[in-house]
Ligand binder design. Structure first.
Ligand code: SF4
Length: 333
């Protein structure tokens, strides 16, 4: 495990992060001042539709963004107080895996099809920690066991295509834990899975996170998936955080019209048979973000000021913010 001495700082703190993609069609402003933090033992859910910037923030934290076409144009990413954006490539490689690990949405593409699952876990242990082949195999079996893959000693010799979708995702989690990271970023870890397996994977992640006191960032487009496990939630829209809140508060009384609309679009057992609410319109093109509040073309509460002035982050309470001109009214409704 890699650490820097600074007990007072959050485990990870992203501050005013700006990222753009320089494309043939123009400059896409993908992140526009993203700030959030995660403490040890805490789960932060980062929520938003496709293109809101949640995965790009994660890739920037991990240092795996393709630069160019991407460019980080401002901000900091502090891990134990150390700004990773100013760190050398060697230091970033050290932090990746040993400090912060990542689980990807599509385990089939993330795992190498030509190597056994065991080999892929063992390779990290041998290269990064210098352990023997035999010790690495023993640890790989232990890790598969930890993520509840049955017959781990046999499964360790199998290839990714021999695993079901849920088992592959478990294998990815095992792989991400190999170097004993302090923090895990899970990017839509259950999107490709059916509902029962989704719940099992979320339970497993929550259990491992609590046991190891890891910081966990759960990236999702579905508020329903994270309801049981998130301590705090950051909602993203058009490359900005539009609301940040403790999870129970946000579910009880959303402080931003976008969060409100997301909650209303969740399926509810008591409304069975009724048409599901959806958010009208589409997320904006990041090549041409609307003026003022970027959500105004889709917002049922929009007024003139919303079209001309970017809303500041309003404080709604301890650690709670909303980037809406009418935040107080929305939360009090
Ligand atoms: Fe809607 Fe205006 Fe609030 Fe934006 S600032 S979310 S457009 S009410």
């Amino acid at each position: 495990m890699t650490t820097v001495d600074d007990n007072s700082a959050p485990l990870l703190e992203v501050k005013d992060l700006f990222v753009e993609f320089r494309t043939r069609d123009g400059v896409a402003k993908v992140l526009n001042g993203v700030s959030y933090h995660v403490n040890a033992g805490e789960t932060l859910a980062v929520l938003g539709e496709s293109g809101s910037g949640k995965s790009v923030t994660a890739q920037t934290i991990m240092g795996i963004l393709d630069i160019p076409p991407a460019a980080v144009t401002g901000g900091s990413i502090k891990y134990h107080g150390e700004d990773l954006l100013k760190a050398s490539d060697d230091r970033r490689r050290e932090v990746r895996g040993e400090g912060i690990a990542m689980i990807f949405q599509d385990a089939l593409s993330a795992l190498n099809p030509v190597f056994t699952v065991g080999y892929q876990i063992e390779e990290q242990l041998r290269i990064r920690l210098g352990v023997s082949r035999q010790a690495a195999r023993k640890r790989a079996v232990e890790l598969l066991d930890l993520v509840r893959i049955p017959n781990a000693a046999r499964r360790v010799r199998q290839y990714p295509h021999e695993f079901s979708g849920g088992m592959r995702q478990r294998a990815m989690i095992a792989m991400s834990l190999a170097l004993d990271p302090e923090m895990l970023i899970a990017d839509e870890p259950t999107t490709a899975l059916d509902v029962t397996v989704q719940a099992q994977i979320m339970d497993l992640l929550a259990e491992i996170q609590a046991e190891r006191r890891m910081g966990l960032i759960l990236i999702t487009h579905d508020l329903g998936v994270v309801a049981e496990v998130a301590d705090r939630i950051a909602v993203m829209y058009a490359g900005r955080i539009v609301e940040q809140s403790d999870a129970p508060e946000l579910y009880r009384a959303p402080g931003h019209p976008y969060t409100e609309a997301l909650l209303e679009s969740l399926p509810r057992v008591d409304l069975r048979g009724q048409t599901l609410n959806t958010i009208k319109g589409l997320p904006p093109s990041l090549l041409k973000i609307p003026s003022g509040c970027p959500f105004h073309p889709r917002c049922r509460r929009a007024e003139d000021v919303c079209r001309s002035e970017v809303p500041p982050q309003h404080r709604l309470g301890l650690g709670r913010t909303s980037a809406c001109h009418f935040a107080e009214e929305v939360v009090a409704r």
